[in-house]
Design a protein around this ligand. Structure first.
Ligand code: GRF
Length: 204
């Protein structure tokens, strides 16, 4: 059965585009992007969605008295839209426990480092500043912590001597665009099983 996903994004939405492209090319078959939500009115991710006639919603944090109120409203909307899976793609808000509980095991995030190294907002810059020789990206389930949920997929790449945050992030993005559709497909096919901290992938 087709799974309805909502993509939550605050920025340019290149991961959203990769997901849309994977669906259009038939690489990802059992998923539809039903909705794109942003906390930024001018996020380019919203524009990408509009170009594909995907439903969009802007959730303005200034209209809510607390983070939990924001999440309550957002969860209610996602449930109303019968969303099966929430896909965070550069969404710059930490979800409250209320949200995480409402969509337990049904929220994914992508992060531009090899977690648990360099969580948080500046994963690429922090890894570069630390001087690591290898970094990469991680797709994981979302729990109450900051980038702490069970890891689904990871891929590594070498840091080049002359890398800047921009050049490194560009190469990480290329990995992300491959890995995220793959992880979403695995979830949609029911092939991911969480056991404690570990996420086991069923072989076909
Ligand atoms: C990605 O690097 C992702 O890992 C991080 O935010 C960035 C979003 O990029 N969480 P985009 O908006 O999908 O281009």
């Amino acid at each position: 059965m087709l799974k309805r996903i909502a993509v939550l994004a605050s920025g340019r939405g290149s991961n959203l585009q990769a997901i849309i492209d994977a669906i259009e090319s038939g690489t990802m078959q059992n998923v539809a992007v039903a909705l794109v939500v942003s906390d930024r009115k001018n996020a380019y991710a919203l524009e990408r969605a509009r170009q594909k006639n995907i439903l969009t919603a802007y959730f303005n944090s200034r209209l809510f008295i607390s983070r939990e109120e924001y999440d309550r409203e957002l969860v209610a909307y996602l449930e109303e839209q019968q969303i099966d899976l929430v896909v965070l793609a550069g969404f710059m808000r930490l979800l409250t426990p209320y949200f995480v509980l409402a969509f337990q095991g049904r929220i994914l995030n992508i992060h531009p480092s090899l977690l648990p190294a360099f969580p948080g907002m500046n994963g690429v810059a922090d890894a570069l500043a630390w001087g690591v020789k290898v970094t990469g990206c991680t797709v994981h389930f979302v729990d109450e912590g900051l980038d702490t949920g069970p890891i689904i997929l990871q891929e590594a790449l070498p840091v080049a001597r002359d890398d800047t945050v921009e050049t490194l992030h560009q190469r990480i993005h290329a990995l992300e665009h491959r890995l995220y559709p793959l992880a979403i497909s695995l979830w949609a096919e029911g092939r991911l099983k969480i056991e404690g901290r570990r996420c086991l992938i069923d072989e076909e």
